[in-house]
Design a protein around this ligand. Structure first.
Ligand SMILES: [Ca+2]
Length: 507
């Protein structure tokens, strides 16, 4: 990686500061959020994996691994909004934020970083944001480009005032600090620190001048302004360096919350050269190996500074694996979705059942595994409970506190009994106990190729809706819709009730 001159903030004073890891202090919180990493990409929960993930596996051996944990959506922005607000994304919106798109949030939203910040936490978001900003436009987009079969109105460098602070981003949602490139495959292709563009873009990233080869899949870049010399291969190393640096800057007098949001293993699949060939699953596998290494660097920084004993580390992914996973299964015999049906965007389990590990030394049993139904939406209530923070009235309406499960306490009923699954507005599913109902005859949004159906032996279904018992049928092969008409009716009604109600009933 090229030398990037502004990664030198780490001061001698910060480096010399030590921390005792005093247990009486509020715990630090680090969320490591991978992008499009599948359930079966976490080596420890896929016996047939072709990808080593030693750092993530080590984390699992030190914390609790959840086998029935879910993102709110099968795509990026909505899952991120849900995690940060304890609110189902579909109460607000279903889609992703496009280049220069408006914030997913409204200003009255109460966020996890905000409540932590108000209770004394230093808070940082480093990496992928993908939740929108209010950019200072000088005029409408001045370029029209055809991409993915439709005409796009595209901003050029001269259409935006790069000198102004960018409102509506992480700093307006409770973070003290932001560093990242927004979204790796969306313009602007530039570094943003706090609410400022570090260097103004002066040229256009177009499909014929990207200047780099992807190692798997296709380029996913949307055309738009970029900084001269922008190199996407530098993004992941730069974010890693910055994440480690920010942890080292904490002086131990104040608890901290780091939301470390990786651009990997999302496409473009661009592992750095030193990771080439480190997996048995092609470049994607190598990208996971790098993602694993990055995770290890963040964990190492916590250990090096003595914060490890008093830090809650949450590791998870924003949705299931991208469509390249079908071909990868055929070529490398590696199933990124594990045994689950479907992948990213689907409301099949593969779209939203994601890797999840939580480590909290002295509180969470090392090497434990939980099959409790939980969602990333639940982090807000759970972390509030873990830190003794009272959530403001009306905040985190869909968030359950699963702290008892984390602490290994006996609990007569599940913290979360019901979970709604949704990506686009056209298909809905509801989970209650072992039962899963879908109001559609297929959970797929990405069309599953015939060769993959053959590999897995999947059949299509003819009924109007679908009903599965996941306890016996995690692969969603046996449709019980016609056998349990009363259950179908009740569960269908549940979707309407919880949509209309505006919140879930909490225990
Ligand atoms: Ca994603």
């Amino acid at each position: 990686m090229k030398n990037i001159k502004f990664f030198t903030i780490l001061s001698a004073a910060a480096a010399l500061t030590s921390c005792t890891g005093d247990e009486s202090k509020l715990p630090n919180i680090v969320i490591i959020y991978t992008d499009d990493m599948g359930y079966g990409d976490l080596n420890i929960q896929n016996p047939d994996s072709k990808i080593p993930t030693p750092y993530m596996d080590q984390l699992a051996s030190e914390g609790m691994r959840f086998t029935d944990a879910h993102s709110s959506s099968g795509i990026c922005s909505p899952s991120r909004f849900a995690l940060l607000t304890g609110t189902y994304h579909w109460r607000r919106s279903h889609g992703i934020i496009q280049s220069f798109g408006k914030p997913f949030f409204i200003d009255s939203d109460i966020t996890l970083p905000q409540i932590l910040n108000e209770n004394g936490y230093a808070t940082a978001c480093i990496g992928k944001w993908h939740l929108g900003w209010d950019w200072e436009f000088l005029n409408e987009p001045t370029l029209e480009i055809m991409q993915f079969g439709r005409i796009r109105q595209v901003y050029q460098p001269q259409d935006i005032d790069w000198s102004k602070p960018i409102a509506g981003g992480p700093l307006d949602r409770g973070f003290d600090y932001y560093f990242g490139d927004g979204t790796i495959n969306f313009a602007p292709y530039a570094w943003i620190e706090n609410d400022r563009i570090f260097e103004a873009p002066t040229e256009m990233m177009l499909l014929d001048n990207i200047g780099f080869e992807t190692k798997e899949g296709r380029w996913e870049f949307r055309p738009g302004p970029r900084v001269k010399g922008w190199n996407p291969y530098e993004v992941l190393p730069a974010l890693t360096e910055k994440g480690v640096e920010w942890i080292h800057q904490q002086d131990g007098n104040k608890p901290f919350f780091l939301y470390f949001s990786l651009p990997s293993p999302h496409a473009p699949i661009i592992p750095n050269d030193e990771f080439d060939g480190t997996s048995g699953a092609g470049a994607y596998g190598d990208f996971i190996v790098q993602t694993d290494w990055v995770t290890g660097q963040i964990l190492k920084a916590l250990k090096d500074k003595g914060y490890d004993d008093n830090t809650i580390v949450i590791f998870t992914s924003d949705n299931g694996p991208e469509q390249y996973a079908f071909e990868r299964a055929r070529t490398y015999d590696h199933f990124s979705m594990g045994d689950l049906r479907g992948l990213k965007v689907d409301i099949w389990e593969g779209g939203h059942r994601v890797p999840m590990i939580i480590k909290w030394p002295g509180h969470v049993e090392p090497g434990s595994v939980s099959d409790k139904l939980i969602s990333q939406i639940d982090y807000m209530s759970t972390l509030a409970a873990a830190t003794g923070i009272k959530l403001p009235e009306g905040s985190a309406p869909d968030s359950y506190n699963f702290l008892p499960t984390l602490l290994g306490e006996n609990y007569d009923f599940p913290e979360r009994e019901i979970l709604i699954h949704n990506t686009h507005a056209s298909r809905w599913a509801v989970r209650k106990g072992d039962w899963l109902y879908m109001d559609t005859n297929s959970g797929e949004h990405r069309v599953m190729p015939e060769f993959f159906k053959e590999i897995r032996g999947y059949n299509d279904f003819e009924t109007e809706g679908l009903l599965f018992n996941l306890k016996d049928d995690i692969e969603q092969r046996v449709n019980l819709y016609e056998e349990y008409p009363e259950k179908v009716k009740k569960m269908d009604r549940l979707i309407t009730v919880y949509k209309d109600q505006g919140y879930l009933i909490k225990n």
